[in-house]
Design a protein around this ligand. Structure first.
Ligand code: 3PG
Length: 210
């Protein structure tokens, strides 16, 4: 997969995994990220208003590279692309999701946790995968081991990534970016603590700088 969107994720090296409910929360969250220096958001379909949040950010904040996360069906691919999502992330590898995203011409990062899943992803023409849940399947050591037989494959490890360990992941050549929810924790969104989200974002951006 080569695309301007992927280049942008690779340039920022951070993909905040966001749980927001509705257009207003989505817009405020995106503002908090942009203020912190990170115009990237993966807005998940884990709330009833996740899709509205994607649409709001795509329509009003064109400078934000907004993607959709927790996409598990081809129908959801259609919905999030119509809402303006510029990339698609899935916790696992669904052929239907990957193929539908490819039909739309939208980059897709399926989740993988094993060599077998990586081989299926490669068969589908995917060469950037989300390693999920990264910390549970072995962390940086798992990436070193899985990268060896698959040169050219790139990873976005997600799951258990934090300010404490992101540097370890990003120091690995096949890691294009890390994903995670630590800087946009759901409790901060619920509390409307946008300042703390911006503070954590500033900290993460500094730690991720090459
Ligand atoms: C995801 O789906 O990408 C995860 O929920 C992110 O994992 P984290 O909450 O451990 O960062």
């Amino acid at each position: 997969m080569s695309s301007a969107v992927l280049d942008s994720l690779a340039a920022h090296r951070l993909v905040p995994v966001v749980v927001v409910d509705g257009a207003d929360q989505g817009a405020r969250l995106a503002d908090a990220l942009v203020t912190g220096g990170l115009p990237v958001a993966e807005i998940t379909l884990r709330t009833a208003g996740g899709l509205d949040a994607i649409r709001a950010v795509a329509q009003t904040q064109s400078g934000v590279v907004v993607g959709a996360g927790t996409v598990t069906t081809a129908g959801q691919v259609d919905d999030v692309v119509a809402a303006g999502a510029r990339y698609i992330v899935s916790p696992g590898l669904s052929e239907a999701v990957v193929r539908r995203a490819q039909e739309h011409g939208v980059p897709v990062l399926p989740g993988v946790a094993t060599a077998t899943e990586i081989m299926r992803a490669l068969d589908l023409g995917v060469d950037v995968v989300k390693l999920f849940p990264a910390s549970v399947v072995g962390g940086p050591a798992a990436i070193r081991a899985l990268a060896a037989p698959f040169p050219g494959l790139r990873f976005v490890p997600t799951g258990g990534v934090s300010a404490q360990n992101l540097g370890e992941y990003l120091s690995l050549a096949p890691v294009v970016a890390v994903g995670g929810s630590w800087m946009v924790e759901k409790s901060l969104v619920t509390a409307g603590d946008w300042a703390e989200i911006t503070r954590r974002t500033v900290e993460a951006v500094a730690l991720a700088a090459p």
